[in-house]
Design a protein around this ligand. Structure first.
Ligand SMILES: [Zn+2]
Ligand SMILES: [Zn+2]
Length: 548
């Protein structure tokens, strides 16, 4: 019997880009393949995906990628993985419906191998076996993944909560989770996002109550923004709107697409006559209208953000509108979200973003639910995932309070394998791992130096030095020049920079002047150092040698 290794290629010590590997000998199973969103310092970066080098290097061993659910932090990396290796994707029919279009758009020439599973199926993957188990979350058809190894089950909870009145009525299969616990869970990898919240999280169902009361009080139109994948929330809006005599229109391409797909597949049941086209909203008084919109994360191109700026041609926000902010800000997006909310207030729209009435509930387990998962699975080893270091720390403390000894709890780090056999578990040698930055054109692999330069330009501007040199004689062919853009230092600073530049160039011998790399290096260096010393600014300094 071989060693079982569990490696997170993303998703531990952070929230986002979830991607984990279970390996036993020559068989590898991947669970999820997500993306994360850039932070404020990642200028010009659209998304961040895991570095898949480990999977590329071991591509003949990868038996499949098993998707727990269709949220971007679990599926958004797929196009970038599939661009590098051929591997079957296993997911539910619902997940497939949400990801297929996107994969085909991004990889038009690729034949994508998607295989559908149902919760309870047992899927062979080399000597490993994967069994998805239904659990509740904020999206339909969400699964935990039980990966059977020869030393026991590696159980990924995936994103979960225990919701006994879910919108679609489909409960978590607690019985099966308990049975797997009986069979023997070697390692539990648990969602830890909400470990700071005591007690038991509220059911999705309570949101309907909150919506009902906001709908009743609203004087004009009701707008609601949420994630385009939040199918349950859309269902609730349609139900409440129908009760209250309002028609619902949808703005935002992805949201419309998802709603169409889900309605066709029966995951959303829209009361007859409730859904209308945006164009037809003119036919109804404001009091009879509701509008669903994307843009809950302040995305610049989204309908809501454009509406808040008065730049959305198809719909204008106006006095008397009420917007329900029914989502959770993803860390890093707060600034853009507040700016959007403030602009909406300026336009006379009342925004309900944090209210005593529940207008959003989290899809992740609170403390008591996390304990219940531990109790059901009764794992030998335990490791929190889907959390930042503070979440991992607190989760292990809670497990410790439940009696878990220190040597059976682990704090995983991206790229460090947890190696287990029948008698022991310990961390192994780091595998290639990291983040890959994808720019706004969709091209992956923006290097860190580029990002550093962008930040320097964005913060302190750019200084261009032009040096005319006759490289055959090794003499200056004119005076150097310094130009600056987006740079604003104290008066005289560029003159001072010019003086040190002039001195540095004068000090170079003929042979040194013939060496353009040397000239660029010396010129850039003295100017950079002077500006930094005198002003503390770090503009991007770009020396150019003009050979004449
Ligand atoms: Zn999720
Ligand atoms: Zn997630």
């Amino acid at each position: 019997m071989g060693l079982v290794q569990v490696i997170a290629l993303g998703g531990v010590g952070e929230i986002g880009k979830n991607c984990s590997v279970v390996r036993e000998d020559d068989d590898i199973v991947v669970v999820d393949c997500g993306l994360s969103f850039p932070n404020e310092e990642m200028l010009g970066i659209d998304i961040v995906v895991p570095d898949f080098t480990y999977l590329v290097e071991n591509k003949e061993k990868v038996r499949g990628v098993f998707i727990t659910h269709a949220h971007e932090d679990h599926v958004g990396g797929l196009p970038y993985l599939l661009a590098q290796i051929d591997v079957p994707i296993y997911c539910t029919e619902f997940t497939q419906a949400l990801i297929k279009n996107k994969l085909e758009e991004k990889l038009p020439h690729k034949k994508i191998d998607i295989r559908i599973f149902k919760p309870g199926d047992r899927i062979a993957a080399g000597k490993l076996e994967v069994e998805p188990v239904r659990v509740t979350h904020s999206i339909p058809e969400n699964c935990s993944m039980a990966v059977r190894t020869s030393h026991g089950i590696v159980f990924f909870t995936g994103d979960f909560k225990f919701d006994f009145t879910p919108v679609d009525g489909k409960l978590a299969n607690i019985t099966r989770i308990g049975e797997l616990g009986q069979e023997g869970v070697l390692l539990l990898l648990s969602d830890s996002t909400n470990v700071e919240r005591p007690g038991w999280g509220p059911s999705e169902r309570v949101v309907s109550e909150g919506l009902r009361s906001v709908f009743a009080e609203a004087e004009g139109r009701v707008l609601l923004t949420t994630f385009a994948s939040n199918i349950h929330r859309m269902q609730q809006v349609y139900e409440v709107a129908a009760e209250m005599g309002r028609k619902v229109a949808v703005v935002g391409r992805r949201m419309e697409q998802n709603l169409d797909t889900c309605e066709r597949m029966g995951y959303v049941k829209i009361p007859k006559g409730t859904r209308i086209d945006l164009r037809d909203t003119k036919m109804f008084p404001d009091k009879q209208l509701a509008i669903l919109t994307t843009g809950s994360q302040g995305e610049p191109m989204s309908a809501l953000v454009q509406m808040s700026k008065g730049e959305y041609g198809r719909l204008q926000v106006k006095q008397g509108d009420t917007l329900i902010y029914s989502a959770r800000p993803i860390p890093g997006n707060e600034g853009a979200i507040w700016r959007t909310i403030n602009r909406l207030f300026n336009q006379g729209c009342r925004v309900i973003y944090d209210s005593a009435k529940p207008i959003h509930v989290s899809g992740h387990a609170y403390q008591e639910e996390l304990k219940m998962m531990i109790n059901l699975t009764r794992p030998y080893y335990i490791a929190p995932v889907h959390g930042e270091p503070r979440h991992q720390f607190l989760y292990n403390k809670i497990a410790g309070d439940m009696g878990y000894p220190q040597h059976r709890m682990f704090t995983m780090k991206d790229g460090i394998p947890l190696c287990m056999d029948d008698t022991s578990a310990s961390f192994g040698e780091r595998v290639p791992c990291g983040r890959v930055l994808v720019d706004n054109s969709g091209t992956p692999g923006v290097p860190d130096e580029v990002l550093r330069d962008r930040n320097n330009v964005a913060n302190d501007g750019i200084v261009v030095i032009t040096i005319p040199v006759d490289t055959t004689t090794g003499q200056m062919a004119g005076d150097p020049e310094i130009q600056a853009r987006a740079f604003s230092g104290p008066e005289g600073i560029l003159n001072a920079a010019y003086d040190v530049l002039f001195d540095a160039l004068s000090a170079l011998s003929k042979d040194e002047l013939k060496d353009t790399t040397r000239v660029k290096h010396d010129a850039g260096d003295v100017v950079k150092r002077l500006i930094q010393k005198r002003t503390g600014l770090r503009p991007l300094v770009l020396p150019i040698v003009v050979e004449v």
